[in-house]
Every structure is written in structure tokens, then in C-alpha cells.
Design a protein around this ligand. Structure first.
Ligand code: GLC
Ligand code: GLC
Length: 816
């Protein structure tokens, strides 16, 4: 069953019923002001840091779903009928409802008793505010007397404190009202120089800023007293819960339309000039007023909206494709790229599953997110790489997370996730291939953000590489530390205390737990490291790298091979995991994917066998599961992975992040049918028709889909903020479609389903456009036979040069 449809032409997903299985959301904003908005206008906004600068309040895990949002109440003053133009919170049956989630904007429209309402929500580029632009139209034959009430509920800045520290919070709430602008000024009297505002383009009939005055005791958002009676109170919040509600009352003649603009924003004053010189303790509005007036002008908003559309047009133009498969086209051309922008911006901080108070930016997460983002805004990717490297420790290790506001490593989670540092090498490699900007390798970057510790970025990479070599176990495989990519495989934790953190607890010291996954990652990163060393003319170092990579390959082939697949790990006691010998946890996806991606076992039959075992053991209708058999009981030797019920999360769900690794691995074997088959199983657009099973949004990837051991098999959870976005983008664009930037040119090496007769693509890179036509008349899965570049034969196996000439080049490729 479906709850909407794709509008590919307009790059929108159109939701046609408000009652989706879960709220289906969109993100507004790319720079510093961010909003999450659901299909019924739920969600919240924040400035830069979802925890420390939360602007509006949201209630996670509430009933009914999705409480707190950007509400507009309408009231027909003749008959007292009340409704919400976005359905929530009043939930009146609307005569018509649609929500169109687009790129950086959401439009919600509805009809009720002849009143048409349409609101477009967006955040202008580089602005610290969001716009709600509403049009109301009277489609009846008679004049109507309407009231419109807006509503946002302010969060008292620190979202964690806001939802826990009531002994303080109920005393500190403050607001100011001037004209049609309501200011939220809590804690402004003391150390904050920032405030929020909610402005309206029209003169007000009234307003409210005190939640209780607006709702009345024991009323919810669905039936505020003020809306029911049609009379606002002009309340001023003193403590308790500050809100902002504008009340407008006006008449509309038949067919008459009225536009009303709301601007919700964040503003920082200079500390010395934060107060109004005439009114101590009132905010100085000298700087903010012109900004507010600016965004209340329709012509400014028209231009801002056009800018937003142009911005996305240019971003998406970097890679466009036309294949015989519609799900592929719309994900590559629109939604997967869009999701990559969101994961790059927000890491794992704020979604409808990540509450924005828990995590900082993950070191490994952000490095991987960059793989799907680097072609969009390379300059931002560069800045991110430097930020990440600056949190690296002098021994090459990494804090697992850092805080976006301070850019400092986060002590609460600490380090010793032994895979972390290696991801930096892959991310820098992706940046170099995309841009050719070798200067980044010479950039001086500190360790742990300490002054006077700066070295060239290249040395950061060397230290990251050595970090693994300095921590090898008895089989010559990397020690796992707290965990590797799989945060929940905690081989040194041994926790028996409820609630103890698996990620930070170590109850036994001196173990020898090793990870085959890190070994594979080390080899993959080592291939890049060797090439990067050649770029910097460190040829001796390049040779050393090559030797270390060879040694690691040997270790994997000797101690990491189980007979039909790659083993997962050796535990604290040196016993194997991910082996025929284990009754549960016999085979894991991660080492199969990463080792074959790193070309381990391509020369003997191991790679092929491993991938066949993945298909035999881990594949399911809904995607490839992380492990089989699932763990049925808690085992302190293995940690959190065994804490989940079978079929969920790391314990044998389809953990989507890992699926593209096996897709890429299949392309290393030339098996386009299989690679694409895996791609389609988790492609959200393919799954649109089973939205009642999948439940999450059909336009973005979710972190997990319940595996075959789960009673709710096929149900997705944790949509939006997942490394799945970047890796699927890489798998489809670079390995299945096979258009892949390399250090010295663009590689075109498709590995596609045999039944595709052809496809075309446009790739913009390094100031040139490549228009690519791939022909597959004899239905092969891979293998380029002939290539023409601007009409001339091009040697197979040689990348196409980076022309950097501002021109379009025509590439024709025949498989055979
Ligand atoms: C989550 C984490 C990521 C980790 C994965 C597997 O997605 O953000 O860092 O690799 O889970 O445990
Ligand atoms: C939880 C999640 C896992 C995540 C980890 C780190 O264990 O299940 O996916 O990676 O937390 O935050």
C-alpha cells in the first residue's frame, strides 16, 4: 500500500493522506539554521546544535504521534468550526490534503469547507530563519469571516535541560512583544546574547505567549481554548512555557485570496550592545529588525525561493543518470543525493529517531558521510576533513565523536574504537579524487585541537595508518579496541550491570580480541595510502605501505578465512567468531563486504566463495542481514550485539549501511545482476509499494529493516541519518553505474544487470562535463570492450583525462 507518490519532474514526494504509518519528514536548511518538518507540520528547529540551541520544542515518543510543530489553526467565525491546515493538531477530516516534500522546502495544502489553505515552509540559503508563507482562499460563494492563529512552542535552548530540569525551567521563561513580532528571550538577561523571534507580516488582532493562557489547563494542542473561543488573551509568559501565537482576523470575499508571511528565526546580538539603551533588560532590536522586515517581503521570498531551487539544481547536476530503472533514476538524481547532504550536515544528531541531545558528530560517521557528499560542495568537504583531523589524537587515534559547536573531541565517549582513524584516509582519498586539490595534504592541522602540535595533514594520515600497525594481535590482525564499525560488537566489555554503556565500559583488561573487519578496512585504506604517498612523492613510504598491506592480506587469508567466508573476529580469549564453529553468529556481512571491496581473495577463489555464502546465508527478501544465525541470548563475551532481540539492529537486521559493501564487492566480481538485485532490495523507492510494511519514508534510506528472525520482518526504523545514504550513493553511482573519479582521471567501468540495453549519464567534475552513453547490446553484466572519447577510440583500462576546460565531452562505451 502507498500513501503518496513521487513527482520526479518537480523533485517532490507527494503525500496524499496525513495518516502515514509514521510521520514522514523533510529537512529545511543547510548552513546553520535547520528544521525538521513532518507531513503534518510537526517537528522542530535549531541553530547549529540540536541540543544546545534548540529553538522550538518537540515531544519525542509522545502520543498521539508527532506533538510539537509549526501549527496554523483556522476558525470560521460564523459557525465556530476549527481546523488545522496541516491536519495536525486538530485532525479534522479535510476535504483535500497534500504534502509535497521538496528539496529544502515543504508545501502543505488543504481544503476545508471551501477554504483553501496552502503553506510553503523553507529556510532561505544562508539565513538564520524559516519562512512559512501561507495563502488562504475563499472558494465559496459567500464572504467568510476567518481567524488564523499561529503557534510555536519555544524550547528553553538546551533541549536536554528543557525536558528534564523543571525546578529551574518553570521560573525562567521570558518574552517580549513588539508590533507583530514575538521575541523569545529566556536567559537573555544573563549570559545569552541570542534570542528567537516569530514575526508576522500582518497587524495583529491579538496574540498569546503563555501556553496555559492559550490552551487552558488540561487542553491539548488539538483544542486550544483561544482557538475555540476565537479570542486571544495578549498573555505575557512569566516562567512556565513560553509560546508564540499570532491572531489575525479578516474577511475573505468569494474567490478572494490573502497571503500571510511568518518568519521564525534566531538572532545573536553583539555582547556590548545586547540591551536596548532606553530600556535596560529589553533586547536591542536595532540589528534584528531590518532582517525581519527583509524576509517579510514577498519579492524577497520569491527570490530566495528561486535561489534555493537553483542551488539544488546545480548540486544535483553533478551526477544525473537515465537508466531503464525508475527507482534508480529518482534515487540517484534526487533523493539519495539529497539525503547525503542531510547526513553530511547533521551526522546522527537530529531526526525523528535521534533526539538531538545524545550524540556529537561521529568520527567514522562523518568520514563516511563525506563519501556521498564530496561532489556536491567540495569546499565544505575540505573544511570538514580539517575539522575531523584536528580532533585526531597524537597517537593517530580518534575521539569517537566531536561537538559541532566547539569542534572539540567528546570525552564522554572517548576513543579506542580501532577502526575510526582509518576512515579519515578513505575520506581524504575521495576528496583528492574528486578535486585534485593536493594542497590539502600540506595543510597544517593540530592534534586534539592543541596549539603547536600542527603537522601536515599527510602526517595525520600516516599516523592513522600506523595506529592499526601499532595495535596488532596474536594473529597479526588488528586489535578491535572498544569496537570496530559494529559499535555493538564489544569484545572487551563483559558487562553484567544493567544500563552500563557497552561503548565506554571495559571490565577486563589484557584481552587479545582482533577484528577481521579492521584488517579489510586497513587494506582498503592502504591501497589509497600508497597512491597518496606517491602524490606527495614519498615513494619509500609508499613501498612500506604496500608491504604492510601485503602482510595484512596474508594475515586475513591465513587467519581470517573460515573455509567458505571471512571470519569476523577473534574474541578476548582468542576464540573465533563468525565461523562454522560458532553455533550462532556463524557468518557476518561486514568482513565479506570490506575484504572483497579491498580485493582480498580475488586471486584465489575466496572472494567468490565469500560472496556466494553471503547470498546463501544472509540474503532475504528485504535485503542482506548483518549476521546469521541471530544471537538468541545475551552473551557478555560479545556485548551489545547480543542484547537486541533477534532480527533487530546489529543482531541480524538488514543493517542497510553494510548492504552497499556487498553490492560493491559483487561488482569487483563482475556480477552486475547480483549487485543490482541487492541494490533494489533496499532501495526505498522500490519499497514504496509496501509502505505499510516498511513504514518509514519511501524517499530516503533507513538504518535498519527488521530481519527474518524478527516478528515484524521488513519494517524499517531510524530513517534519514545513516551511513546507508553515502554508501548506497557510492555503490550505485561509482560501482554499479561504474562512473568513478580516480586520482588521474574518470574511470568508466559499469557493472549492471544484463537486461539493461543501455543507459546514459552526465557527470560534472573538475570543470568539465562528461556526457556518457553506455551500450549493452549483447547483454553483458560488465567488461568494457570499446570506448570512444569525443569520437576517438580510447584505450580500455585507462581513465578518461580530467580536461578541466569547461567543455562537454562525449563518451561512448560498449560492454562486451
Ligand atoms: C550506527 C553508528 C555507526 C556504526 C553503526 C553500526 O549507525 O552511527 O557509527 O558504525 O551504527 O554499529
Ligand atoms: C547503539 C546502537 C548502535 C549505535 C550505538 C552507538 O548501540 O544500537 O547502532 O551505533 O548505539 O551510539
Amino acid at each position: 500500500m502507498q500513501y503518496g507518490h513521487f513527482d520526479d519532474k518537480n523533485k517532490e514526494y507527494v503525500i496524499t493522506t496525513p495518516q502515514t504509518p509514521l510521520p514522514w519528514i523533510n529537512y529545511l536548511g543547510n548552513d546553520s539554521y535547520f528544521s525538521l518538518i513532518s507531513n503534518t507540520a510537526g517537528g522542530y528547529s535549531f541553530y547549529r546544535d540540536a541540543r544546545l540551541r534548540r529553538i522550538t520544542r518537540y515531544r519525542y515518543n509522545n502520543v498521539p504521534y508527532d506533538q510539537g510543530g509549526r501549527y496554523l489553526y483556522l476558525r470560521n467565525n460564523a459557525n465556530g468550526q476549527v481546523w488545522s491546515s496541516s491536519w495536525q493538531p486538530v485532525k479534522k477530516d479535510l476535504n483535500h490534503y497534500t504534502c509535497r516534500h521538496g528539496l529544502g522546502y515543504t508545501r502543505i495544502s488543504s481544503d476545508y469547507q471551501g477554504i483553501h489553505a496552502h503553506t510553503i515552509y523553507f529556510v532561505p540559503l544562508q539565513a538564520n530563519c524559516e519562512i512559512w508563507r501561507t495563502t488562504l482562499k475563499n472558494d465559496t460563494q459567500a464572504p467568510v469571516d476567518l481567524s488564523l492563529f499561529s503557534l510555536v512552542e519555544f524550547c528553553l535552548w538546551d533541549a536536554l535541560d528543557d525536558s528534564t530540569n523543571y525546578q529551574r525551567n518553570f521560573n525562567i521563561g521570558e518574552v517580549e512583544v513588539e508590533g507583530s513580532v514575538i521575541y523569545h528571550t529566556t536567559e537573555y538577561r544573563e549570559r545569552r546574547d541570542h534570542f528567537a523571534y516569530f514575526a508576522c507580516s500582518e497587524p495583529l488582532t491579538g496574540f498569546d505567549t503563555d501556553r496555559n493562557a492559550f490552551l487552558d489547563n488540561y487542553h491539548g494542542f488539538e483544542n486550544p481554548q483561544v482557538v475555540q473561543t476565537g479570542k486571544s488573551n495578549q498573555s505575557i509568559a512569566h516562567g512556565w512555557a513560553p509560546i508564540a501565537s499570532h491572531h489575525l482576523q479578516f474577511a475573505l470575499n468569494p474567490q478572494e485570496e490573502k497571503e500571510i508571511i511568518f518568519v521564525l528565526g534566531y538572532f545573536e546580538n553583539p555582547r556590548e550592545q545586547k540591551f536596548d539603551s532606553n530600556h535596560p533588560f529589553q533586547i536591542n532590536k536595532q540589528f534584528v529588525s531590518p532582517r525581519i522586515q527583509h524576509y517579510l517581503q514577498p519579492s524577497v521570498l520569491d527570490a530566495a525561493f528561486d535561489d534555493l531551487a537553483r542551488f539544488w539544481q546545480e548540486i544535483l547536476e553533478q551526477y544525473q543518470v537515465t537508466t531503464p530503472d525508475q527507482d534508480t533514476n529518482r534515487m540517484v538524481n534526487i533523493w539519495n543525493a539529497y539525503q547525503c547532504m542531510t547526513t553530511f550536515n547533521l551526522s546522527r544528531s537530529a531526526s525523528y529517531f535521534e533526539s538531538g541531545i545524545g550524540r556529537g558528530m561521529g568520527f567514522r560517521d562523518s568520514n563516511q558521510d563525506l563519501l556521498g557528499f564530496v561532489q556536491m560542495v567540495p569546499a565544505k568537504a575540505r573544511e570538514r576533513l580539517i575539522d575531523l583531523a584536528a580532533t585526531q589524537l597524537p597517537n593517530g587515534g580518534a575521539y569517537h565523536q566531536y561537538q559541532p559547536l566547539t569542534k572539540r573531541g567528546n570525552d564522554a565517549v572517548g576513543g579506542n574504537f580501532n577502526d575510526d582513524p582509518l576512515w579519515l584516509i578513505l575520506a581524504v582519498a575521495a576528496y583528492l579524487k574528486e578535486t585534485g586539490d593536493h594542497s590539502i595534504l600540506k595543510e597544517l592541522v593540530p592534534y586534539d585541537n592543541q596549539a603547536d602540535t600542527e603537522t601536515a595533514l599527510f602526517e595525520h594520515l600516516q599516523r592513522a595508518f600506523s595506529y592499526t600497525l601499532d595495535r596488532l594481535g596474536p594473529h597479526g590482525l588488528p586489535l578491535i579496541g572498544r569496537a570496530d564499525w559494529n559499535d555493538c560488537l564489544n569484545l572487551n566489555c563483559f558487562s553484567l550491570t544493567p544500563g552500563e554503556s557497552f561503548q565506554t565500559t571495559e571490565n577486563k583488561a589484557g584481552g587479545v580480541a582482533e577484528s577481521v573487519f579492521i584488517a579489510g578496512l586497513f587494506i582498503l585504506a592502504g591501497h589509497e595510502m600508497e597512491k597518496i604517498a606517491q602524490i606527495t612523492l614519498e615513494t619509500q613510504y609508499a613501498q612500506q605501505v604496500r608491504q604492510h598491506v601485503k602482510d595484512m592480506q596474508e594475515a586475513v587469508l591465513t587467519h581470517g578465512w573460515d573455509g567458505a567466508w571471512f571470519r569476523r573476529a577473534y574474541d578476548y580469549f582468542g576464540d573465533v567468531l563468525g565461523s562454522q564453529q560458532n553455533p550462532e553468529g556463524k557468518i557476518f556481512i561486514e568482513p565479506q563486504g570490506i575484504c572483497v571491496m579491498a580485493d582480498v581473495g580475488l586471486e584465489n577463489s575466496y572472494a567468490l566463495k565469500a560472496m556466494d555464502s553471503v547470498n546463501a546465508w544472509l540474503n532475504s527478501v528485504h535485503g542482506v542481514m548483518l549476521v546469521q544465525p541471530a544471537f538468541t541470548r545475551y552473551d557478555p563475551k560479545y556485548g551489545e550485539i547480543t542484547s537486541y532481540p533477534p532480527g533487530y539492529k546489529e543482531n541480524a537486521s538488514v543493517f542497510c549501511h553494510t548492504n552497499p559493501w556487498v553490492m560493491i564487492a559483487e561488482t569487483r566480481l563482475g556480477r552486475g545482476n547480483q549487485a543490482f538485485d541487492y541494490y533494489k532490495r533496499i532501495n526505498p523507492s522500490t519499497r514504496e509499494s509496501i509502505s505499510d510494511v516498511h513504514r518509514c519514508e519511501p524517499y530516503v534510506y533507513a538504518q535498519t529493516i527488521a530481519g527474518k528472525d524478527a516478528p515484524t520482518q521488513g519494517e524499517a526504523k531510524n530513517s534519514w541519518l545513516t551511513g546507508t545514504a553515502a554508501w548506497n550513493y557510492v555503490a550505485i553511482t561509482q560501482f554499479i553505474l561504474g562512473i568513478r573519479p580516480d586520482y588521474d582521471g574518470l574511470v568508466i567501468d559499469p557493472c549492471i544487470p544484463a537486461d539493461w540495453p543501455s543507459f546514459t549519464a552526465t557527470r560534472k567534475i573538475r570543470n568539465a562535463t562528461y556526457h556518457i552513453q553506455v551500450h549493452n547490446p549483447h547483454h553483458h553484466q560488465s567488461g568494457v570492450k570499446t570506448m570512444l572519447v569525443d569520437g576517438k577510440p580510447h584505450p580500455i583500462g585507462t581513465p578518461i583525462p580530467y580536461y578541466e576546460d569547461g567543455h562537454t565531452h562525449h563518451i561512448e562505451v560498449w560492454l562486451g
